[in-house]
Design a protein around this ligand. Structure first.
Ligand SMILES: NC(=O)C1=CN([C@@H]2O[C@H](COP(=O)(O)OP(=O)(O)OC[C@H]3O[C@@H](n4cnc5c(N)ncnc54)[C@H](OP(=O)(O)O)[C@@H]3O)[C@@H](O)[C@H]2O)C=CC1
Ligand SMILES: Nc1nc(=O)c2c([nH]1)NC[C@@H]1CN(c3ccc(C(=O)N[C@@H](CCC(=O)O)C(=O)O)cc3)C=[N+]21
Length: 293
């Protein structure tokens, strides 16, 4: 078994991003600028947004955070998005999910200018991705592709089984792995909670992407010998063992799956770190006008 180490891969790519950001600053007199909107005080969301902001500073980007409490109205949020859309100093805008129930995530997503949608959730970006056109690729699937690339893993011709069909992870991942590109060129099976014989499906995967949101969901008896395992899950449990008071678990029963597989991403230290790199890459590409000029 070999580890797909998110720390190693992300640090290497961040060094490249920092160099490009410095060149962009020298040439344009400004830094790539990412804006995040955070509603409420969910512990996980706080951590991820803080990490996104910290990583922006690390690679020489400007970052701004707008915080609202749970009582914010949809109208207020939409007005803020419109304001940021118009701000020529902003290259990327993300609204951290999940949002409180009284706010429609579809409306939020569609109001973000697709040219600043570095999360890649806007229908224009998803549609362009389907057609293999330049677009912002959703950060987590993008991060997974970057991870496979960093380890020179050839995915061509392999059977990729994705578990979970969310808009932000499973669905875009299935499209990307089926595209005529490398990483890509896979035969893809997309599975979800209504799938019959899930175990038999997952057993066929040369590559398994687990994005369910349940600790230890993918067990050793479900994976083919020598498979490549991408564990997207982040399941937080309170713990007395750690300083932070909680512990993270993936969707894969890591300990028991490890002996059977060729490559596997750990949690923490895997896909999560690559997601941030995906977001930084999209923000830089936006600043440079590489996707939409
Ligand atoms: N590392 C990272 O950067 C990121 C990690 N995550 C983590 O990844 C996990 C998944 O996130 P996300 O995609 O947003 O989750 P969602 O809750 O949106 O989607 C979960 C998917 O899993 C499917 N599912 C649930 N139960 C089963 C089951 N018993 N059998 C088969 N499929 C099932 C659901 O099926 P159905 O559609 O039928 O309901 C759904 O498609 C979470 O732990 C999340 O925290 C998410 C984003 C980024
Ligand atoms: N608009 C939007 N865009 C997102 O990209 C988005 C979102 N909403 N909502 C929630 C999910 C989740 N997500 C993660 C990002 C980083 C880590 C990450 O850095 N994880 C570290 C550890 C973090 C920790 O210690 O808690 C790791 O896995 O090693 C995890 C998860 C982005 N998401």
């Amino acid at each position: 078994m070999q580890l797909l180490d998110g720390k190693f891969a992300s640090e290497k790519i961040k060094t490249e991003i920092a160099e490009e950001a410095a060149a962009f600053l020298a040439q344009s007199g400004r830094k790539p600028h990412l804006v995040a909107i955070l509603v409420g005080n969910d512990g996980g969301s706080e951590t991820y947004v803080a990490s996104k902001m910290k990583n922006c500073e690390k690679v020489g980007f400007k970052s701004s955070l707008f915080r609202y409490d749970n009582s914010v109205t949809e109208t207020e949020l939409l007005a803020k998005i419109e304001e940021i859309n118009k701000d020529a100093d902003v290259d990327g805008l993300i609204v951290q999910l999940p949002l409180p129930k009284h706010i429609d995530p579809e409306k939020i997503t569609e109001t973000i200018d697709y040219r600043k949608d570095v999360d890649g959730f806007h229908p224009v970006n998803l549609g362009r991705m389907m057609r293999n056109l330049p677009c912002f690729i959703p950060a987590t699937p993008y991060g997974i592709l970057l991870m496979l690339q960093a380890y020179n893993i050839d995915t061509t011709g392999k059977h990729c089984v994705v578990v979970g069909r969310s808009n932000i992870v499973g669905s875009p991942m299935s499209i990307l792995m089926a595209r005529n590109a490398n990483p890509g060129n896979c035969t893809v099976t997309l599975t979800h909670s209504k799938t019959h014989n899930l175990k038999e499906m997952v057993l066929q995967g040369d590559i398994v992407v687990a994005a369910i949101g349940r600790k230890n969901f993918v067990t050793a008896d479900m994976v083919k010998s020598g498979a490549i395992i991408i564990d997207v899950g982040i399941n937080r449990e309170t713990s007395t063992e750690t300083k932070s008071g909680f512990k993270l678990y993936g969707d894969v029963d890591f300990e028991n799956v490890v002996p059977k597989v060729s490559w596997i991403t750990p949690v923490p230290g895997g896909v999560g770190l690559m997601t941030i790199v995906g977001l930084l890459k999209n923000t830089l590409a936006s600043a440079k006008g590489e996707i939409y000029s």
